[in-house]
Design a protein around this ligand. Structure first.
Ligand code: DX5
Ligand code: ZN
Length: 224
């Protein structure tokens, strides 16, 4: 089942509960929360207290994407704050296997994130200890950027790796997904599709999620 995962990065933070209720009415079952530290990426966003407040307003699956240096220091805090899944960048984690173990130990699904330029081949061995993989389809830091086209080829490679290893891990994609490229993204094999500006800047977040879910449901992954 393909999920549309709204990213609150493009929501109105002063009205977060209303924005979340809108996407929930549209059928979203997961919410994407972008954590940026001003070091790993050139932008600063939210920390555990905001995740905790969001947790109190919704029962949706909270998918936390850490774009931070030294993720080991913080992963357990985000799980305690209410994250259901926490992903860390391959490029930021010094001891990735250990960091994924810490996330699982704390009680959440553990994800690995790859920047657009990081090849799928780095996952060859670690993919077995990850619960999902997030492919960045923009350079992380900001919403509203254009999708980097070659990332869809990476998604197809990851589908093959998943098949070879007989794993069921979801493939998540994040950045630059909108109405016109959504079907192509689904056909490349992505399962969790993050959309920020296309949902929250549409003027009607509820309808946007409903429409995107319908587009995703009618596009079928092409077997490779
Ligand atoms: C970018 C973030 C994304 C962002 C996507 O660094 O990780 O989650 O919200 O936004 P759009 O869908 O606008 O590209
Ligand atoms: Zn993200």
């Amino acid at each position: 089942m393909v999920e549309i995962v709204p990213s609150i990065l493009s929501a109105d933070f002063a009205r977060l509960a209303e924005e979340i209720a809108r996407v929930e009415r549209g059928g979203a079952t997961m919410l994407h929360l972008d954590v940026m530290d001003g070091h790993f990426v050139p932008n600063i966003t939210i920390g555990p207290p905001v995740v905790e407040s969001v947790r109190r307003t919704t029962r949706l699956h909270l998918d936390v994407h850490l774009m931070i240096e030294n993720p080991d220091r913080y992963v357990a805090d985000f799980v305690r704050a209410g994250a259901n899944s926490v992903s860390v960048h391959y490029e930021a984690a010094r001891h990735l296997d250990g960091t994924l173990g810490m996330i699982r130990q704390a009680g959440a699904m553990a994800g690995v994130v790859l920047n657009p330029a990081t090849p799928i081949s780095v996952l060859e061995d670690v993919v077995e200890v990850a619960d999902y993989v997030l492919l960045m389809s923009v350079n992380p830091g900001f919403g509203g950027q254009g999708l980097v086209g070659y990332v869809l080829e990476k998604a197809r490679k990851l589908v093959k790796l998943r098949q070879k290893k007989k794993l069921a891990l979801p493939i998540e994609i994040d950045g630059g997904v909108h109405r016109d490229n959504l079907a192509e993204v689904v056909r490349a094999g992505c399962d969790w599709i993050v959309t920020g500006s296309a949902v929250f800047h549409s003027g009607d977040a509820e309808s946007a999620v409903r429409e995107f879910r319908a587009i995703a449901a009618s596009a079928t992954a092409i077997p490779c």
